[in-house]
Design a binder for this molecule. Structure first.
Ligand code: 76R
Length: 270
């Protein structure tokens, strides 16, 4: 017997995919690191800084980018974010890190594989090409430069498929309405928070990854809290663990491993 909801009304929104994303969470074995002699530490850090600099400019792929964060709390010490044009490039970047000496002092505590996704609840009319400025804006979102801001917050989420509240059986029109309201809340944080939504159905354990970037961590809390009261999240949002961290430059890894969080400016610490 067919479901009461016809495929036409519960249709999936059109999605457009961009770069693949890997969020790679690592814990440092500080005890082993401290036992390492000074010369070995220096060599490992030099190698690591070079590796991270090559990652940032995606020297291992035709395009992409990476960023590194010092994570607060017990869930990880470092989060590496890699954006690359294919899953193969992501696997290659992981393999390359494992070849470094620093990798010997890290344990992977979590990771998330997804692909940048734009879901289009209001697509162009069929056969109508978007104007060139919209096309350019689209490409910037599908292949984004990682925002040069100090903080990032990452968490995976899904939409509920309960017996009563089921996002996936809602009519398209209702989901469009809810996503509009969701987008309006998001827009209120323009200039404060940049979001990157990555789809992970079929790729990882949740349905989306949400990565937020900002120059102050407080708007992460404000934005996520405000969205909790909006129907799309209040009724249908299911959330995984959160990671929040401070951006490290490739050279910053040396200071970090010596026990100092680099300041906002690379030269700010005495
Ligand atoms: O892409 C767009 O800007 C159009 C509007 C929009 C869509 C379609 C949008 C805007 N989002 C969309 C899709 Mn979003 N987003 C989240 C979270 O914590 C929570 O409660 C939810 C986590 C945040 C914080 C956030 C921020 N968004 C999605 C989807 C896919 C849904 C689907 O396809 O069914 C998810 C899972 C999701 C989750 N969203 C915005 C933001 C912000 C800040 C905006 C405004 C962007 C802007 O206009 O600058």
């Amino acid at each position: 017997m067919r479901d009461e909801v016809t495929p036409a009304v519960s249709a999936a929104p059109q999605t457009i995919e961009g770069w693949y994303a890997l969020h790679d969470m690592r814990r440092i074995d500080w005890r082993a690191w401290k036992r390492l002699d000074e010369a070995e530490r220096r060599a490992a850090l030099q190698e690591a800084a070079g590796f991270l600099a090559r990652c940032e400019r995606a020297a291992d792929a035709p395009e992409g980018g990476s960023a590194f964060y010092a994570v607060a709390g017990h869930k990880a010490d470092l989060m590496f974010l890699h954006l690359r044009p294919s899953l193969d490039h992501l696997v290659q970047v992981e393999l390359a890190f494992h070849q470094t000496r620093l990798a010997d002092f890290t344990e992977r505590v979590s990771s998330y594989t997804s692909v940048i996704e734009l879901s289009r609840y209001n697509p162009e009319e069929p056969g109508e090409a978007p104007p060139p400025e919209r096309e350019a804006a689209l490409v910037r979102r599908l292949k984004p430069a990682i925002p040069a801001v100090r903080y990032a917050c990452f968490y995976p989420m899904s939409k509920k498929r309960g017996e009563i509240d089921n996002w996936y059986t809602l009519p398209m029109e209702k989901r469009r309405e809810l996503m509009y309201s969701h987008g309006m809340i998001g827009r209120g944080y323009k200039g404060q928070v940049t979001q990157m939504v990555t789809g992970s159905v079929g790729l990882d354990d949740w349905e989306w990854g949400v990565t937020l970037f900002a120059d102050d961590p407080l708007p992460f809390k404000k934005l996520v809290y405000e969205m909790r009261f909006d129907e799309a999240s209040a009724k249908y949002g299911l959330f995984g663990p959160f990671w929040v961290g401070v951006r490290l430059s490739p050279a910053g890894i040396e200071e970090y491993m010596a026990g100092r969080l680099p300041g906002r400016e690379p030269t700010a610490t005495a």
